[in-house]
Design a binder for this molecule. Structure first.
Ligand code: PGA
Length: 268
């Protein structure tokens, strides 16, 4: 798992007006280009175009926070995957807030995954157990079920190109307390990464299990970023609260760019 470029993705959730989002994106676009880290941000859908435009001269891409599984039709209020084409490079599917606040079930997420792939948008499939599931030692069962159902319509070649984000629900911050909220420990992250790749291997074979990118998300911040990014098999971070301020987001990007991707240790 060594020698892979780290991904630092910011999830802005329902924060920032269009103006604020575009202004933040313009500041990001002025940052130096770092060749060994991939950066992307996820504004609210109303700000996607402005943010994508503000980032057009940079290497930073945009992520849609959600989209519907049908390509078009009478679905008032929804945005389809084809509508994101040429705007967002990635789309979040099954974020814990979509699962738990909006009750999106694995079957719906399965259709969204297929719709994203069909439209050429890279889906970031979020999986993770709740605190109760963790306390009952159900992490393995929960992750396996989320993966088996959510990816069921994809081929092995398609799974190789998607991204999976392990986001334990108990580790997610409320957006403000990310520096104090309990993040998962590197050992927890390693265990989940192993469950994810083992499942993918059983369902889609070795190549897919090896190539699929696995991120961690949950109260990551500049202080814990290096230890989380150093977990073997973890390709990057999906950052929530800490992505809302340049003072906490950019140091994570810089730390990721300084990781020696050959041996995963920080360069001196
Ligand atoms: P957090 O959010 O970093 O604020 O915990 C991560 C996420 O929900 O993607």
């Amino acid at each position: 798992m060594s020698g892979r470029k780290k991904l630092i993705f910011g999830n802005w959730k329902m924060h920032f007006s269009v103006k604020q989002a575009a202004a933040f994106a313009s500041r990001l676009a002025e940052k130096p280009k770092l060749s060994n880290v991939t950066v992307a941000v996820s504004p609210a859908s109303v700000a996607l175009t402005s943010v994508t435009d503000a980032l057009s001269d940079s290497d930073i891409a945009t992520i849609a926070q959600n989209a519907y599984h049908q390509d078009e039709g009478a679905f008032t209020g929804e945005i389809s995957m084809p509508m994101l084409s040429g705007i967002a490079k990635y789309v979040l599917v099954g974020h814990s807030e979509r699962r738990h606040v909006f009750h999106e079930a694995n079957e719906l997420l399965r259709a969204k995954m297929a719709a994203a792939v069909r439209s050429g948008i890279t889906p970031i499939y979020c999986v993770g157990e709740t605190l109760v599931e963790r306390e009952y030692y159900h992490t393995n069962i929960v992750l396996s079920h989320q993966l088996e159902t959510g990816l069921a319509d994809l081929t092995a070649e398609e799974v190789e190109r998607i991204i999976i984000a392990y986001e334990p629900v108990w580790a997610l911050s409320n957006g403000k307390d990310f520096s104090k909220h309990k993040s998962a420990k590197p050992d927890d992250v390693k265990k989940a990464e192993e469950i994810i790749r083992k499942n993918i291997k059983e369902l889609y074979g070795y190549d897919a299990a090896n190539k699929v990118k696995v991120l961690y998300g949950g109260s990551s911040n500049p202080d814990n970023a290096v230890s989380l990014l150093s977990v073997d098999g973890i390709d990057g971070l999906l950052v929530g609260g800490a992505s809302l301020s340049m003072a906490t987001f950019w140091p994570i990007v810089e730390k990721a760019s300084k990781l020696d991707i050959k041996n995963e240790n920080l360069k001196k």
